[in-house]
Design a protein around this ligand. Sequence first.
Ligand SMILES: NC(=O)c1ccc[n+]([C@@H]2O[C@H](COP(=O)([O-])OP(=O)(O)OC[C@H]3O[C@@H](n4cnc5c(N)ncnc54)[C@H](O)[C@@H]3O)[C@@H](O)[C@H]2O)c1
Length: 449
Amino acid sequence: MNGDIACIGAGYIGGPTMAVIAKMNPGRRVLVVDINAERIAAWNSDNLPVYEPGLDEVVKACRGKNLFFSTDIAGAIKACDMIFVGVNTPTKTFGEGAGYASDLQYWEASARTIAQEANGDKIVVEKSTLPVRTADAMAEVLHTHPEHTFTVLSNPEFLAEGSAITDLLNPDRVLIGGPQTARGRAAVRALVEVYAAWVPRRRIVTTNVWSSELSKLAANAMLAQRISSVNALSALCEATGADIAEVARVMGMDRRIGDKFLRAGPGFGGSCFKKDVLNLVYLCRSYGLEAEADYWEGVIRMNEEQQRRIVARTVKALFNTLANKRIALFGFAFKANTGDTRETPALAVANLLDAERAQLVVTDPKALGNARRDLAHLPHVALEPDPYAAAADADAILVMTEWPCYRELDWGRVYASMRKPALIFDTRNLLDHEALRRIGFRVLAVGRP
Ligand SMILES: NC(=O)c1ccc[n+]([C@@H]2O[C@H](COP(=O)([O-])OP(=O)(O)OC[C@H]3O[C@@H](n4cnc5c(N)ncnc54)[C@H](O)[C@@H]3O)[C@@H](O)[C@H]2O)c1
């Protein structure tokens, strides 16, 4: 074992995770490879393909020393005994399980490449989020080349985008699942060593492979369920005169509940929650657990309902017609501190507003590049980096992402440039609503009377 590490897949997970592993293991070489040459070029440039606070510093400190980005997948497989696979596993859009199951074609392609290029025994680490029992299928694919031994471990990633570097440097836990055999236990020990370079041992949890695969889906399902629960309560608050911020505070003070992830808003987004919950639904159904599948599917339905309700309330507040009204979306990223727009609630809201024939203008400090791609089907939507210019002549502003910079805007100036009556719908409950009302805005919020 030379201790060097390869990672197939240089995305939101592969890039930051490997950068931190390289930083904390200066004695190991870490080779990050991808089929996407453009992405690799970006990792080798000053303009990294992923925006994460603190990522630039970590990459710059290690790149060219013990951290390398390239498209030489075969070379990386040959050079390293431990190979992480962090390729995308999106929801299937075709065939059996379409709309629910994970599309494992990229994972399987990676496994086949590893089998083909391997020059010795390899430890293959599932970093991608995968359905339970995928490791079995992968082991089978890998063993099509029986001259070498492949040990498949599960090491799901729990970082949150927007805080990836701090999450990686200080994780709540690192989870490693491995086969309960002598070879499996040795592979687990080798992977524990990588993380033990900076993570206290008590936070490194080892389990069997199936528990590890399921724990990742389960953790995301529980987090998504909290968001859907608090959003369901926000609708009831609006109807009754209760205030979701007050209700959430009271709930959160109960130590059995805890105060995290209890913010009402436009619903969860990001590449993981929806796909992982759908995958759980699919798994339940494939084991004949219909009631359990329906239960988890409700989490997704509630999320979509929240976006529908935001648009319905906007229509109502603007005198039941949005036709030709200019509406500015403040924020398009699925949350603050990331440029990622996958499954962003802002896109669902943009589609619904467009169906009402509103004229949309979108602003965001980091996500306009992705927004341009996501909104290509709505060519008349304007993209505007400057929030003041986006607001000018607008009838309404919908705050879709909780970017702290929106708190600092000169809202008097924004108000003066808008058509009157000027509406602001703060779907993140980010701004000071009383101050906005004093300026003259009509203010809508989530879960508040
Ligand atoms: N994004 C997150 O916050 C997050 C968190 C935890 C887990 N995950 C999981 O991590 C995995 C990756 O997610 P991501 O957000 O980094 O995806 P991503 O799409 O940003 O990155 C995946 C990369 O894999 C590359 N790739 C695909 N097939 C390949 C192949 N055969 N050979 C080489 N490279 C290949 C793609 O070109 C792409 O650059 C997913 O399973 C996801 O569920 C993501």
